[in-house]
Design a protein. Structure first.
Length: 335
């Protein structure tokens, strides 16, 4: 299976699981807060209560904090448990979907704003799927504000950049370069450090972009040209929050906080999955396995767990195993 089909498989499976989650009814007792994280933007925050160190759940793409209605109460005996519905979804406000308003660091800042408003001190953040980008954003910029990170089938390229794993994520490198150049242009980098920053861009970022472009060109050459008018696709704009989030992914490396990364590997394909998804299962598992290995190498102190025969929606498909691994991880954290 070529890389293009692999990418399509990942997107199809994630969309399948997360769209099903988004339809989940509210089935647990909790308080609901609406917290202002930016002018004109309030987020829905669920509070399941409990006593002990705080634990905050972040949902996958297109989903809401209510996806954890069944799973979150498992932890209230030892933790005060919250869930955040990110901007653009559910009962949270929906600002205009642009890359800047839904960029990974912007979403990470939303999490910090909720923590500050509710005085949630040094929580464990547990995120599913695309929420891995928010975990890495917070973990790389605000390590002192959190106790640990739990990636629930979420430690993929948008959370930990690995060249060559998944093409079409050129914006991971481009967004990183844009942010660096913007800081230089605005004078946000002291002159004494500016040369080192430019050297980094020239010696590391530009060669990496060239490498990624070559990789992308190779697999795009394998794709048959689309039928019909090309102008229709070239004129597409970001019209929804999902597209804006995918367009705003950023490049993250290892984080310096305790990490638990749980992978659904090898995956169990849901019976409702399209035939193409089921047929490509082995190739999908191979890509995920390589990703998990590279994440473990890049984060040698992280605990990386593979749960066999589980779905991408891992905390619902295998709640007992996930709860056990999370409790073992959190019990070992310093308090």
């Amino acid at each position: 299976m070529n890389r293009c089909r692999a990418l399509a498989l990942v997107v199809a499976l994630a969309s399948l699981c997360e769209s099903a989650q988004a339809a989940t009814e509210d089935t647990s007792r909790h308080k609901t807060h609406f917290i202002t994280v930016q002018h004109g933007v309030k987020l829905e925050v669920l509070d399941w209560g409990g006593s002990g160190p705080p634990l905050v759940f972040l949902p996958g793409l297109g989903a809401t904090a209510h996806d954890f209605d069944k799973f979150a109460p498992f932890f209230t005996a030892k933790h005060h448990v919250y869930g955040i519905t990110r901007r653009g979804f559910g009962a949270s406000d929906k600002p205009k979907p642009t890359v800047s308003s839904y960029a990974a660091d912007r979403l990470g800042d939303d999490v910090i704003a909720v923590m500050d408003a509710l005085k949630i001190a040094r929580p464990v953040l547990a995120g599913h799927s695309i929420a891995g980008s928010e975990l890495s954003s917070v973990g790389s910029r605000y390590a002192e504000k959190i106790s640990g990170l739990v990636y629930l089938d979420a430690a993929y390229v948008y959370a930990f950049y690995n060249p060559g794993i998944m093409p079409l994520y050129l914006n991971l490198v481009v967004n990183d370069m844009r942010i660096r150049v913007s800081k230089l242009s605005q004078g946000d980098v002291p002159p004494a450090l500016a040369k080192a920053e430019v050297d980094q861009l020239f010696e590391t970022n530009l060669p990496q972009l060239e490498s990624d472009l070559r990789l992308t060109r190779r697999f795009l050459a394998q794709i048959a040209p689309p039928t019909g008018s090309a102008s229709a696709s070239s004129d597409r704009r970001l019209l929804d929050p999902e597209s804006a989030i995918l367009g705003g992914v950023q490049k993250y490396g290892s984080v310096k906080v305790p990490v638990l990364a749980i992978y659904a590997l090898p995956k169990r394909i849901p019976p409702r999955a399209p035939a193409a998804v089921r047929a490509d299962k082995l190739a999908h598992d191979a890509i995920d396995g390589k990703t998990a290995n590279l994440f473990a190498m890049g984060n040698p102190k992280a605990k990386v767990v593979r749960i066999a025969n589980s779905e991408h929606d891992i905390f619902n498909s295998n709640p007992v195993e996930v709860e056990r691994e999370m409790n073992a991880f959190m019990n070992g954290l310093p308090h």
